[in-house]
Design a protein around this ligand. Sequence first.
Ligand code: TXA
Ligand code: MG
Length: 338
Amino acid sequence: MKPVLADDAAIDYAVNLLRQGSLVAFPTETVYGLGADASNPDAVRRIFQAKGRPADHPLIVHIPSVNSLNDWALTVPYAAQLLAARFWPGPLALILNKKPEVPLVVTGGQNTVGLRMPDHPVALRLLRAFGGGIAAPSANRFCRISPTQAVHVEEELGDAVDLILDGGACQVGVESTIVDLSGNRPKLLRPGHITRLDIEAVLQTELMIIPPQSGQTNQSETRAPGMMAVHYAPETLAILCPASRLPEMIQELNFRNKKIGILAFNLERTENRLTRVIRMPKQADDYAQALYASLRKLDSLELDVILVEQPPNTEAWQAINDRICKATSAYQPLHASN
Ligand code: TXA
Ligand code: MG
């Protein structure tokens, strides 16, 4: 399926497809989503098939306005009103207790529902024209790198999707921050562009941080399965490497005739027969925007190993570190030794 420029005619066509229960991939400010009518269980089931995603992994419902919260959430707590007023439209998903009529297939069997009003002109036009909620996970195969350009969706899902709306490269580049407001205390389920401190400043309270889970989770523990340890991963073995150890790693791998790709931060290195280098931006926002496309690029080069140079570890880099830890967590020994 070739991406289609998201003009008015394409949006009309997309709305028709959604109404028929078909799948439409569309851009958001974070990553591309694979959308279906959230009120149509059969349509939502097709998302799980297309992604190869287990049925207990809940989807985020994208909504056209703050008011639409009331269509999906049983109650809208004051904290949710504050966060939506401050950050929507934007890269923040809220987990709230669901109304009984929200299909369980959307929520992975849970009594809570994830809701987000995205900040992308194409997503907002589509949502307003459609009028309802669009359930949409990232438009990649399960556990793989999220797409930040329309062509990535084509690479990931091929003809499993009925239409790909092209709205250019995503501005934010990593998935939304997820805050769970369904319990007594607000919890941060996934870090994103909107930071923990941003949220705490609005709520005037500390967020509980849910530690990453290792490996597969059983259902009773499943809160945000995107937090599974291995996720967002390239197919090539990827290793996170502190700057201080990078030169010896490169030397060792080159000595063993391995083809390597480096996602470099400070390292200055010229390319050679065995070594490809992508210099990453120095600002966290720019780094995040470039991260998935850069990993995808290195992944396409048939390399033996991708080395990711450890970027800074301050608050602004939290979402980036979360994603690169998961992208590199198939290789444990280095983590264990650092
Ligand atoms: O930025 C984003 O959020 C993108 C764009 C397309 O909006 N979407 C996205 O969806 O990243 P997905 O499905 O790849 O990740 C959504 C995460 C999953 O980890 C899921 O487990 C969690 O949100 N989630 C959704 N509903 C939930 C719920 N009711 N309770 C706990 N976690 C939930
Ligand atoms: Mg995803």
